[in-house]
Ligand binder design. Sequence first.
Ligand SMILES: Cc1cc2nc3c(=O)[nH]c(=O)nc-3n(C[C@H](O)[C@H](O)[C@H](O)COP(=O)(O)OP(=O)(O)OC[C@H]3O[C@@H](n4cnc5c(N)ncnc54)[C@H](O)[C@@H]3O)c2cc1C
Length: 451
Amino acid sequence: MKSASGTHWGIVGGGMLGLTLAYRLLKQGDRVTILEASDRAGGLADAWALGDVTWDRHYHVILTVDQALITMLSELGLEDEITWAKTGTDLFDGTRFHPLNGGIDFLRLPMLSLVDKVRLAATILYASRIENGSRLADTDLEEWLVKLSGRRVFDTIWRPLLRTKLGDTYKQASAKFIQSVIRRFYSARSQGVASDRFGAVKGGYATILERLVAELEAAGAEFHTNAPVSAIGCDAGGMTAVSKGKTYSFDKVIVTAPPPHAARMCKDLEPGEKARLAGTRYQGVICASALLTKPLRGGYMTYITGGDCPLTTVIDMSSVAGKQAFGGRTLAYLPMYLPSDDPLFEASDEDLKALILGGLNQLYPDISAGDIAAFRISRAPHVFPVPVRGYASMAPGIVTSVPGLYTVNSANILDATFSVNETIELADRALAQILGDTRAMPREALPRAAE
Ligand SMILES: Cc1cc2nc3c(=O)[nH]c(=O)nc-3n(C[C@H](O)[C@H](O)[C@H](O)COP(=O)(O)OP(=O)(O)OC[C@H]3O[C@@H](n4cnc5c(N)ncnc54)[C@H](O)[C@@H]3O)c2cc1C
């Protein structure tokens, strides 16, 4: 079973985390087999066809601070394929758009008094400058924002924004969540320039994934798609993974699937470990991609704070990738963030389309069915763990009680920013722990923990 070059790793999940782990392990001379449930690589970052365009299923931009990602793109020979664009941000209050591209725009916000505006701007500046916000992980989000911005700013701006991303769970969330989001997005704002700077690789994540998978396969990795793993077990001196009745044998296995899936497939974990994985509460997203023949306002992101719009934001990918990437049309993403068990995940495409386009029409009443060249809906119930206060003490571990079995996923990102850059950094942190685990492998199958 052991290859001449080293350990044979089974990696469950071919998202950016599984692919990065595979890339690193192959580089150190190990053997890797990836088992991916869907029919393609990439997970949340995968690409799909939208009419005659192939682009990311979920909106993705690169920030200039995404050093781990940019380094990986350069290793893949793709750094020169990144196009950087200056773009803008808007806020929609239920009736009107307000640009948010600098101090003057903040001063113009009609729903706030002058003092409120100054406090809002000061909160953003302060949050963006906190380098290590770990002490905020136990701080109540609402209390922190009210202390910094005042009650009126919280009720008018922060609460509606938090609700669109976290629903009512914002009440249990830590201040670390909003501080991390502000810091990440503030970093995209060029110094002294009233615009955001975002990047995208030409061709989107399809280009990145194609290159990454080609490199993995050239280095000897086996990549199996349509291979959902249902059970992971131990045999004499190694691990097994079962997919569609076929048993694969490995020296060690790393599971990168979302925690509830990991809990189900890792049968030999101790009950406490399974409970931690299964009990991690997740936010998911229903995200529509709409290829429009009409332009939007031109900025990348529009936050929605008023009205009863079901959408979290409206994203205009053409403002970053350029309309030419979409045949001269606009690629809009229309996301709704929801708890992973929200019944809306079960709604039909037809019902969701009606709901989502109704939301878009609150912002753009003149967009009609005839302006939509293509429309698709993605359902992703596991995007990020709900950033509750004290989350670090509840997060599942990476090195499990079963020697040779490891679980790594977004639940192990403790600083509350969820991006491909963080995912690559997580892969490196996790590998340090995994490779440092020198326990002997069990000689025979472990007695199964009580279900
Ligand atoms: C709407 C949205 C917008 C985003 N915007 C950005 C952005 O602008 N910039 C940015 O950098 N990041 C962004 N992200 C985040 C980024 O996509 C994720 O951080 C990253 O893709 C997570 O990768 P992952 O491999 O950890 O998880 P996943 O992508 O979830 O991968 C897990 C994989 O495991 C597979 N799997 C599950 N169960 C099994 C099983 N039983 N057997 C085998 N395989 C299994 C899944 O099919 C999946 O491929 C965004 C995400 C979303 C959803």
